[in-house]
Ligand binder design. Structure first.
Ligand SMILES: [Zn+2]
Length: 392
C-alpha cells in the first residue's frame, strides 16, 4: 500500500533514532571525493612547499612562529596518514624555483582558505618559475594559532588532491563547525586542540590517488535501471554486487555507497522509503552540507550526500566469489545516482547507474515533496535476496 503522509512522518521519527545510533559506530573507509588537484601530481612524488613569510603589519598576535608551527603540523599529519602505503610526500623548505605548493597568508579573503588548482596558477608569479598549487589562509579575520592550523590542515588535503567528503571529519565542507551543515566560524576554528587528524576516509582517498593500491578485493556490479512503480509512486532500485575472485583477491567488499548530489544538505526526507541490505550490514545517511550561510571554509565543490551501506565487520562483507543484494524503494529519480563500492584496500569500482530520465514535471513534484517530510530510511536486516516491503 501507498503509505500516507502521516505514516511517513511517524516512521521518520523512529528511523532517525536508528541513524543517530549508527552515527556513533566506527566507520570503514570509503566515499572520499576527488578534489580540484586530484590530477595535479605524479604517484610517488615529493611535493615541496614554499611558505610565504609573515606579512608586513601582521594581525595582532600572529607571529612567524605560529605560521611555521601550523605548516609543520599540517605536513606532519598528512605524511603520517600516508606512511603505511607510500605515495605523495610533503616537504617544507622549498624555494620559489623548486616549490610545488605555495602556502601564503591572505587578507580579506571571501573564505577561510583558498586552494588554487595547480594548472590554474600562472607558471611565473612573484618570482615562482613553475606551476604550483597555491593555498592561501585568511589571517586577518580573527583566526588564532589554532584556527590557522585547522584551516591549513584542511586546505593541504585539498592541495594534495582530496575533495570534500561528508564522511571525513577533516575534509567535509563544514569541518570544525559547531553547527552541522554550516561553515565554521572563527570561534569554531579557534577552539583548543585536540585537532582532527586525517581519517580512514582521507587515507583511503590518498592511497587511491597517489599510493600503491593493492588489489585485495574487487567488486563487479550489476546495476539494472530502476523500475518506476506507479502504484507506490516510487522507484525500485536493486543491485547485485559480486565480489570478484582471483589471484590475490582475498578480502571482502565491505561497503556500497550511493552518491546523491542533488540531495545535498537534505535529510533523507522521503527520499528513501525502505532499504534492503544483507544481514550484518547497516545503512547510514550523510547529508553533505546544506548551506554555508557564513564565510565558507573554501571554494572547493561541496560534497554530495551519501547513502552508505557498511558491513558491520569484515566477516559480514561480500567474500570473493560471492554476491549480495541491495535495494531501495525511493521517491528520488535515477538521474543523479552515483553508486560505488569500497574494499578494505580501497580498490574502488565506481559506476554510474544508467536509467530512464523522469519527466521534468514529475521530478519537480518529488523534489517539492522532499522539503516537508522527515527522515525516511528504514533499515532492513533481511537476508540477501529477501523481498522489499515498501511502507511496511
Ligand atoms: Zn575544503
Amino acid at each position: 500500500m501507498n503509505p500516507t503522509r502521516s505514516d511517513r512522518r511517524w516512521r521518520a521519527s523512529a528511523s532517525s533514532a536508528v541513524l543517530m545510533a549508527a552515527a556513533l559506530a566506527a566507520l570503514p573507509a570509503g566515499a572520499w571525493e576527488r578534489g580540484l588537484n586530484a590530477g595535479s601530481w605524479t604517484k610517488g612524488a615529493t611535493l615541496n612547499g614554499f611558505v610565504a613569510p609573515l606579512p608586513a603589519a601582521p594581525p595582532a598576535g600572529i607571529t612567524q612562529a605560529i605560521l611555521d608551527a601550523a605548516v609543520a603540523e599540517a605536513l606532519k599529519e598528512w605524511n603520517d596518514a600516508q606512511a603505511p602505503f607510500g605515495g605523495l610526500t610533503l616537504a617544507g623548505g622549498a624555494t620559489k624555483a623548486t616549490a610545488d605548493i605555495h602556502i601564503s597568508w591572505g587578507k580579506a579573503l571571501p573564505e577561510w582558505g583558498a586552494v588554487y588548482k595547480k594548472d590554474n596558477v600562472d607558471k611565473t608569479h612573484n618570482g615562482f618559475t613553475k606551476e604550483t598549487a597555491r593555498v592561501t589562509i585568511e589571517i586577518n579575520d580573527g583566526l588564532d594559532a589554532n584556527g590557522i592550523t585547522r584551516t591549513l590542515k584542511h586546505e593541504i588535503g585539498h592541495a594534495e588532491g582530496l575533495g570534500h567528503s561528508a564522511k571525513s571529519e577533516l575534509m567535509k565542507s563544514d569541518a570544525y563547525s559547531s553547527t552541522a551543515g554550516q561553515a565554521p566560524t572563527a570561534a569554531d576554528l579557534n577552539k583548543p586542540p585536540p585537532f582532527i587528524d586525517p581519517t580512514a576516509d582521507d587515507k583511503a582517498g590518498k592511497k587511491a590517488l597517489w599510493g600503491t593500491v593493492e588489489k585485495l578485493s574487487k567488486s563487479a556490479a550489476l546495476s539494472p535501471p530502476p523500475v518506476f512503480n506507479a502504484g507506490l509512486g516510487l522507484w525500485h532500485y536493486s543491485w547485485t554486487l559480486l565480489a570478484d575472485a582471483g589471484t590475490g583477491l582475498v578480502d571482502p567488499v565491505t561497503e556500497f555507497t550511493l552518491g546523491l548530489a542533488a540531495f545535498r544538505g537534505a535529510s533523507p526526507v522521503g527520499v528513501i522509503q525502505s532499504a534492503q541490505a544483507p544481514t550484518g550490514w547497516s545503512v547510514q545517511w550523510f547529508p553533505g552540507v546544506a548551506s554555508a550561510g557564513l564565510k565558507a571554509l573554501d571554494e572547493e565543490p561541496l560534497s554530495p550526500a551519501y547513502l552508505s551501506f557498511s558491513a558491520n565487520s569484515a566477516s559480514d562483507g561480500i567474500a570473493p566469489g560471492s554476491s549480495a543484494e541491495f535495494g531501495l524503494f525511493s521517491s528520488y529519480g535515477p538521474g543523479q545516482v552515483r553508486a560505488f563500492t569500497n574494499s578494505p584496500s580501497f580498490d574502488s569500482d565506481e559506476f554510474i547507474v544508467f536509467a530512464p530520465v523522469p519527466e521534468p514535471g514529475t521530478l519537480a513534484l518529488w523534489l517539492a515533496g522532499l522539503l516537508g517530510l522527515g527522515v525516511g530510511i528504514r533499515r532492513a536486516r533481511a537476508a540477501a535476496g529477501a523481498a522489499l516491503k515498501p511502507g511496511g
